[in-house]
Structures are given as C-alpha cells and as structure tokens.
Ligand binder design. Structure first.
Ligand code: FAD
Length: 382
C-alpha cells in the first residue's frame, strides 16, 4: 500500500478537489485524491464560469485551453416568456462550457503536476486522532490533513458537523439537456414560477439548457434521472418550444430536485476542512457554486503553501476570507430565484423595467464577478 502520510488527502475529485489539488501541488505540497467514481467523469452538463472563476484558471495556466474548448457568448439576453426585455454585453472572461471539459483539463493538469487520483474510493469513515481515512473498499490511508470536497451530499460534513443537518429540498425542480441550436448569446426566459437558461457550450453548435420550475413535490437530487421531452414541454407549456435546443431523442433530458443545506458557522474542525458544495451548496441561480468551489480550492492551496504546511493557520485564514463571501452568495442566489420566478404582474413589470432601463445586473454582479481571490489571499499572506 502506498504511503500518503505526508500528503493532504482530498475526498472528492470534483471542481473543488481538483482545483485545491492543483494549487497545492504547485505550492510543493503533496496531495492524493480519493474519488468514489470508478473512472473520470464524462458528464456533459453545461456550466458558466464567470471572471472570478476564470481568474483562478488563469493562475493555473488553464484559461486559454479552457476558453478554446468552450464558448464566449456575445450577450446575456433576458426575456419575459418569449418577449425580449433587454440584452447586456457579456462581461469579458465570461465563459460557457461543459463540466466535462473543465474536469478533464483539471485532471490532466493535476496528473502533470505529479498528483494521484485513486478512483473507486468511496468515503466510509475518518479516525481524526490518527488522521486516517477509510473507504468502502476497505482501504485505509494515513494522511497529514483532510479536505472534504465530496459535494452537496458530503458524508464528512454529515458526520463531523452534525448540527448542520442533511440536505433539504429547495422547492425547485430542474431539467437539463444539451442539444443543437444556432445561438451565440446566453439567454434567460422568465415565466410565473419558472425560468429557462440556455447557452452555447462550444463552437460546434451544442447548446445547454436548464429549465427550473417551482414544485413542492420532492424530487430526487440525482442528476441522472431521465425525463422526457413531452414532460418537459408540459411543465413549460406557456413557452415557445423553439426556446429549447433541438434534441435528437428524449434520452438527453434529465430532471432532478435542487437541494440546499443550512449555512455553517465554521467550515473546519481539527484536521478536516470543507470546500466547495460540501461547505456551502447553493441554488444555482447566479451560476456561482462551481466558481465558489474554484475560489475555495485556490484559496486553501495558496494559504497552506504560504503557511509552510501549518494547516491550522491555513484553516483559520481560509475561513476568514471565505465564510462571509460564500454566505453572501448563497443568500443572493436564493433571492435571485425569487426574482426570476415572480408571479405578481406588478412586480414582474418592475423587474423588467429595472432590467431594461438600469444597470441593475452589472451593479448586482459587480461584487461577485470582479472579486479576485488571488488578491484577497495576497493581502493575508503579505
Ligand atoms: C442546475 C445546476 C446548474 C449549475 N450551474 C452552474 C454554473 O453555471 N456555474 C457554476 O459556477 N456553478 C454551477 N452549478 C453549481 C456547481 O455545479 C457546483 O457548485 C460544483 O459542482 C461544486 O463543486 P464541488 O467540487 O464542491 O462538488 P462536486 O462537483 O459535486 O464534486 C464532488 C465530487 O466528490 C465525489 N464524491 C462524493 N461523495 C463521495 C464520497 N463519499 N467518497 C468519495 N468521493 C465522493 C463526487 O463523485 C464528485 O466527483 C450548478 C449547479 C446546478 C445544480
């Protein structure tokens, strides 16, 4: 069995885990990723990466390759059902892509940096005193610190932050798929208690959509439950069907329930630190969950490097710069859902007037999109 006693053990090889792992390796800190999947993810679901996330990809020298394999939308357009409200020019460094592309680039970078990913390792338990992690395949490893990057259903969070409670259904059900369309903008369509977002994910005409409906009957949180086009169109019957990209078959449609967890007062305990969705899952209405995972991974990596492997100090500083921001964005994402789904004709008109005649989107997103995690880290370590 390999000796990982001088490595940071990262549970979960998603966005947070891989970004943390790459940043740590670059700082000369050895890591190992334990991932429950048996092989690298091939999930083609869409993802938008705003300038705050792209900044980190630039630091990891991945910006150009990510951009080249993705799409840079011309505008962000807003519609009330099918009627155009307004459009704003897309910010520079706003990229629409596929999760698969992002993960693939990160995995390759991590391996090039000498990192190791152990697939088929589903977390089972931690012995915190001995800093040992055990997996359901009965393998057990001693490491020197633990990063819990195991996503919204984090078992580590469940076990070591028991007061936080399990994930709860947010009341929103989402549909997703990837089809074909001639589209160069990111588009939002609002309706009563529902909205649709679509954007190209590459230069090959592939367009991702997410359609969200308020629905009080609890739906599973699995991303892989198949839906059908007829069910989708039934849920969104007041919208023109052509809003959705062309799908060759219903096989490409998935539906699932969006879950959240309560805010935590602290995101570390002894030698375990929570990152990404394990720490702060959020409703996806600002497109920031992945970007927060990126900021988290980078921040922890740099702080651990700067504190010469004094992980307790890195943890305290990490919490200091991350907790407020993540809680703020978690709350703003919730509010955004309410704004998208307004019901009352008067408030709908007000929203649309604000969108059309004021720079509300740019002002609201300023603090989120133009935050530079590298500068925040520098302030702490210099
Ligand atoms: C509909 C929707 C749209 C979204 N759109 C955007 C967007 O446009 N932009 C954006 O920034 N964010 C978006 N997000 C949010 C984003 O997807 C998540 O916030 C992000 O994936 C979180 O990254 P993570 O690494 O923390 O978790 P994950 O990506 O969930 O990765 C967790 C990893 O841990 C592994 N794992 C889980 N349990 C275990 C275990 N027990 N043992 C070992 N490994 C384990 C998993 O297999 C996975 O590889 C969206 C989310 C949704 C639901």
């Amino acid at each position: 069995m390999s000796d990982y006693s001088s490595n940071i053990g990262i549970v979960g090889g998603g966005i947070a885990g891989l970004i943390a792992a790459c940043t740590l390796q670059e700082q000369g800190i050895k890591t190992v990723i334990f991932e429950r999947s048996k092989s690298p993810s091939t999930d083609g679901a869409g993802i938008t990466i705003s300038p705050n996330g792209l900044k980190v990809l630039e630091k990891l020298q991945l910006k150009d390759s990510f951009k080249a394999a993705s799409f840079v939308p011309d505008n962000i357009c807003f519609h009330q059902k099918n009627i155009n409200i307004t459009k704003i020019e897309s910010p520079i460094n706003f990229i629409t892509s596929s999760r698969y592309i992002l993960l693939q680039l990160l995995q390759q970078k991590y391996l090039d940096l000498g990192g190791e990913i152990l697939y088929g390792h589903k977390y089972k338990s931690i012995n915190q005193d001995k800093i040992k992690i055990k997996f359901t395949n009965d393998m057990e490893y001693k490491v020197n610190h633990i990063l819990a990057c195991d996503g919204i259903n984090s078992s580590i969070r469940e076990e070591f932050f028991p007061l936080s409670g399990p994930p709860v259904y947010s009341g929103y059900q989402a549909w997703r798929g990837i089809g074909k369309a001639e589209q160069s903008d990111a588009k939002f369509y609002f309706g009563k208690g529902k909205h649709i977002v679509s954007y190209p994910i590459n230069n090959k005409g592939e367009v991702s959509f997410t359609a969200v409906v308020k629905n009080n009957s609890v739906t599973s949180d699995s991303w892989r439950i198949k839906g059908s086009q007829s069910e989708l169109h039934k849920d969104f019957n007041e919208f023109d069907k052509n809003i959705f990209p062309r799908l060759d078959s219903s096989d490409e449609i998935y539906k699932w329930g969006i879950y959240i967890r309560p805010v935590l007062k602290s995101i570390y305990i002894k030698n375990i630190t929570l990152l990404g969705d394990a720490a702060h899952p959020m409703v996806p209405f600002l497109g920031q969950g992945g970007c927060m995972a990126i900021e988290d991974g980078y921040a922890f990596g740099r702080l651990a490097g700067a504190n010469a492997k004094n992980f307790s100090k890195a943890q305290a500083e990490f919490e200091k710069i991350r907790l407020y921001r993540k809680n703020m964005i978690q709350a703003s994402s919730k509010t955004q859902g309410k704004i998208y789904h307004l019901n009352n004709p008067l408030t709908v008109s007000c929203r649309n007037i604000f969108l059309k005649y004021t720079p509300v989107v740019k002002v609201r997103m300023q603090k989120i999109w133009y935050y530079e995690i590298d500068k925040e880290v520098e302030k702490l370590i210099n």
